[in-house]
Write a new protein. Structure first.
Length: 476
């Protein structure tokens, strides 16, 4: 009987069956003792249709329960093949081979005591399960995954990879890798053609910048081969280790700051005592020179007093690292903090002929922080940005943002200065590192410590023209 005759025989078949006509199926009429097999079942077992007519169903298929019981667990409509709906059976082929299958039973609507048994080979089950796993893996796994074929075309990419690399999956799949990364210099492209030459990468650390956000990635790659050894493609995995690297750097800097603090605590008092005496006598000298009209000598004394003041300020920064003042943490509106210091930033900008833009957020969540310490952080970074545009004519932009997914308030401070060189980028938060002639190199170290203590972080991005500092502060 042909499959067309089957559909004519099963008068009650409807659209529920459209997905199952390609599967091995058996029609059983218990009243008339009739059993019919479709072409897929005949092909699976290797028997001819005539041979199957003379064989009972339980002589071909070994069910997991007695055959009389399988009809007790029938469905009114075809269910999907799932662990709940299907059972296991073994079909015996003409060559006496056992084929594991899963099956379910459906009771016919218009034929009393008539049933349809639908089978599926376990190999197909495993393949379907693997396909579902692959799809879920690419969607949910916290890894960047890129798959390319032998023609160096991108054939699959995970959602995480799209997010980090700033790519659109629909626009990139199927395209040559050169076109996907066309805007990136060849030496900085994440995927290299040498990958198809069999060059394997393990735990390779790379940096990637997407817009204003910088990622530290740990990369692994390998090739895909046929059984004869021929390379048919390659894959690349990468994991975002930005937070881990940031934590390692934080620990290292904390160790250095701790050492500096110990030195500062032991020496600041001994240095300040003589400085106070020297400053007092110099002030007496200045008053004496002023009374005698000794202008040149008075200028020398003023210069010495200025330098002593600078030494005192440096000692204060040392003590800030070793013995930070008692923080008063409370619910804080960052917008209010910025509005309070905006006139100071505006005055500094006017002094350096710099334009100031402030982009506020209409509903910024409250954060737990010390307001005075936040002012110190924002003032320090804004002042650095303004001074970086030393030729004037630049723009400093302060922008408030909310990262709802990770629950962070972002304050982006962007300048249009010359940018920070790559070889300097990893050192800017180190104590005493500075590119200025008249700075101590402790400002950004103090800022980072303040933000770290409230569970946040500071990110910096620079592409050769302009620099963006992003202060990330968690909110509840």
């Amino acid at each position: 009987m042909t499959d067309k005759n089957w559909t004519e025989t099963w008068l009650d078949i409807d659209n529920h069956w459209n997905l199952y006509f390609m599967f091995p199926m058996v029609f059983v009429d218990l009243i008339h003792a009739e059993t019919l097999y479709n072409h897929s079942f005949v092909a699976l077992t290797g028997y001819t249709s005539e041979q199957l007519v003379h064989k009972p169903l339980d002589g071909i298929v070994s069910f997991d329960v007695p055959i009389s019981e399988i009809y007790e667990h029938s469905y009114p409509n075809p269910p999907s093949f799932t662990m709940e709906s299907s059972r296991i059976a073994y079909a015996t082929t003409a060559t006496n081979q056992k084929i594991p299958m899963e099956y379910f039973v459906v009771k016919m609507k218009t034929r009393p005591q008539s049933y349809v048994i639908v089978f599926r080979q376990m190999e197909e089950v495993a393949q379907s399960l693997f396909q579902r796993f692959s799809k879920t893996f690419l969607q949910d796994v916290n890894l960047g995954v890129i798959l390319i074929n032998a023609d160096y075309r991108l054939v699959e990419i995970s959602d995480m990879a799209c997010k980090i690399l700033g790519l659109d999956k629909e626009e990139t799949v199927g395209k040559p890798v050169e076109d996907v990364f066309a805007n990136v210099p060849l030496e900085y492209q994440l995927v290299q053609r040498t990958l198809l030459d069999g060059i394997i990468v393990r735990n390779h650390a790379v940096s990637w910048t997407n817009g204003q956000k910088r990622y530290d990635l740990l990369l692994d790659s390998n090739v895909l081969r046929e059984e004869d050894g021929r390379i048919v493609g390659a894959y690349l995995f990468f994991k975002d280790v930005t937070n881990l690297r940031s934590l390692e750097e934080q620990v290292q800097r904390s160790d250095r700051l701790s050492m500096i603090g110990q030195i500062a605590a032991g020496t600041a008092h001994e240095i300040r005592n003589p400085l106070t005496s020297i400053k007092g006598f110099l002030q007496l000298f200045r008053n004496s020179f002023e009374g005698r009209g000794m202008v040149r000598e008075q200028g020398y004394v003023d210069l010495m007093l200025t330098e002593i003041t600078r030494v005192n300020e440096m000692l204060n920064e040392f003590l800030m690292l070793s013995k930070p003042k008692h923080a008063k943490y409370k619910q804080t509106n960052i917008s209010h903090v910025l509005l309070n210091i905006l006139p100071i930033i505006q005055g500094e900008a006017i002094l350096h002929q710099v334009m100031l833009h402030y982009n506020s957020h209409p509903d910024l969540p409250l954060v737990v922080a010390d307001q005075e310490m936040l002012k110190q952080v924002f003032l320090n970074i804004c002042k650095n940005g303004i001074e970086a545009m030393n030729d004037g004519g630049g723009t400093l932009t302060v922008t408030e943002k909310v990262d709802i997914e990770d629950r962070y308030v972002w304050i982006e401070i962007h300048d249009t200065g010359p940018g920070i060189p790559i070889y300097v980028m990893d050192k800017i938060f180190d104590p005493f590192f500075t590119t200025k002639d008249d700075a101590t190199g402790l400002g950004l170290s103090v800022c980072q410590r303040i933000i770290h203590e409230i569970g946040g972080n500071i990110r910096v991005s620079s592409k050769g023209f302009g620099t963006t500092f992003t202060i990330c502060i968690p909110y509840q």
